[in-house]
Design a protein around this ligand. Structure first.
Ligand code: C2E
Ligand code: SIN
Ligand code: SIN
Ligand code: FE
Length: 348
């Protein structure tokens, strides 16, 4: 069998033999691989094996109900997302709410048309493919910075900082820009890509323990152009993918400064896309509060001071104000996601 054509596996959970068989038959007809379990407990064991991404589960079953199964699946930490469709004759709204609260993604009331189930499963596949996209983006960002032992949980922090500021700017609406709720998620998703251009920077510069010479600084700064141009090419090939536009803009502009003194293009004010103005602050706050090969870490208070000094020169004043309103959240995340100090053994 061609491994690329591997079918998506769906787990059917129903204590009623006849219903289970009918479901199995329909799903095979729709082109899925099917595994059958007869109660929640059996289903949960199968899910833990990790091969299952979609579940169609009955509500009332002996041993472990569908509801309990949902809860158990959602309680697991780690593992890929499992998409759950509940199949129920409990059509009372109350039950539906309870099912969704327990972590079900969708529900179908019995009796149902097979076509309806097929459509719902397609929706599930679409959701799962978006999750794969998100994980891929983050894995590529991690790979791009894997040569730099200094950066630790840098990307995890950056995306959280960006999310906080984006939320704050969307909430207050004071940027005057047209931002939708998706903007917050898109910032979270794409900000880890800001430095992917560093793959093009040689080790002796990227990892240099001291200050950079002018020539080295020049080369270091090219990471914005390398990343930006790489993503430009992707944007051109996929104009429909909005997250690529954002990733591209962030890669190009996260070292621009509000007063026009940044690089690589010396853009000023609103000529710098908002995502770049947000990523700039996140990047600097993280650099200041982290240890680097070339410098020590600063306290949250000292970093806040530096950022306030850069209000209107380095940073967009509105972005600084958003930071200041949420600075305790920054501080909390900075501690929660701090990198452990370099062990002495690693230095010898
Ligand atoms: P990075 O270390 O992640 O720093 C990101 C940005 O944070 C810097 O951009 C700068 O705007 C700000 N920043 C970092 N440390 C300080 C600080 O002590 N004080 C202040 N006020 N701001 C700070 P920048 O300067 O364009 O640097 C971009 C990247 O170039 C840095 O990312 C780092 O990877 C590298 N780099 C910069 N300076 C040096 C250096 O002296 N030695 C080495 N080895 N690398 C450097
Ligand atoms: C991840 O990389 O952990 C998923 C990304 C997301 O949830 O947006
Ligand atoms: C996320 O958690 O993946 C996105 C951030 C959000 O929409 O708040
Ligand atoms: Fe950078």
């Amino acid at each position: 069998m061609n491994p690329a054509s591997k079918l998506m596996r769906v787990l059917v959970v129903d204590d009623d033999e006849v219903t289970a068989a009918v479901l199995e038959h329909s799903l095979i007809e729709f082109g899925y691989d099917v595994t059958v379990a007869h109660n929640g407990r059996e289903a949960f064991q199968l899910i833990r094996s990790g091969e299952i991404r979609m579940v169609v589960s009955d509500w009332c079953m002996p041993e472990m109900s569908g509801l309990e199964l949902c809860r158990r699946i959602r309680e697991r930490s780690g593992g890929a997302y499992v998409y759950i469709i509940m199949l129920t004759s409990n059509s009372r709204t109350q039950d539906v709410v309870e099912g969704l609260n327990a972590g079900a993604d969708d529900y179908i009331t019995k009796p149902f048309q097979p076509e309806e189930l097929q459509v719902r499963l397609r929706v599930g596949e679409r959701v799962l493919s978006l999750e794969s996209r998100d994980l891929t983006i983050f894995a590529l960002a991690k790979l791009a910075e894997s040569r730099d032992p200094d950066t630790g949980a840098h990307l995890e922090r950056i995306r959280e900082y960006c999310r906080i500021m984006a939320q704050e700017l969307v909430r207050t609406g004071e940027t005057g820009e047209d931002l939708d709720g998706d903007f917050v998620h898109m910032m979270y998703l794409t900000s880890p890509l800001h430095d992917i251009g560093k793959v093009g920077i040689p080790d002796q510069i990227l990892l240099k323990p001291g200050a950079l010479t002018d020539d080295e600084t020049e080369i270091m700064r090219r990471h914005t152009v390398i990343g930006g141009e790489t993503l430009d090419a992707l944007v051109a090939a996929h104009p429909e993918a909005r997250f690529l536009l954002l990733a591209r803009d962030i890669a190009w502009t996260h070292h621009e400064r509000y007063d026009g003194s940044g690089y690589p293009r010396g853009l000023a004010g609103r000529a710098i896309p908002l995502c770049g103005r947000i990523a700039a602050l996140a990047d600097v706050y993280d650099a200041l509060t982290s240890k680097r090969v070339y410098k020590d870490a600063m306290s949250h208070e000292a970093a806040r001071e530096v950022i306030c000094e850069g209000r209107g020169s380095h940073f967009d004043p509105r972005v600084v104000d958003a930071f200041l309103r949420r600075d305790q959240d920054f501080h909390r995340l900075q501690r929660a996601l701090a990198d452990p100090p370099t062990p002495v053994a690693a230095l010898s």
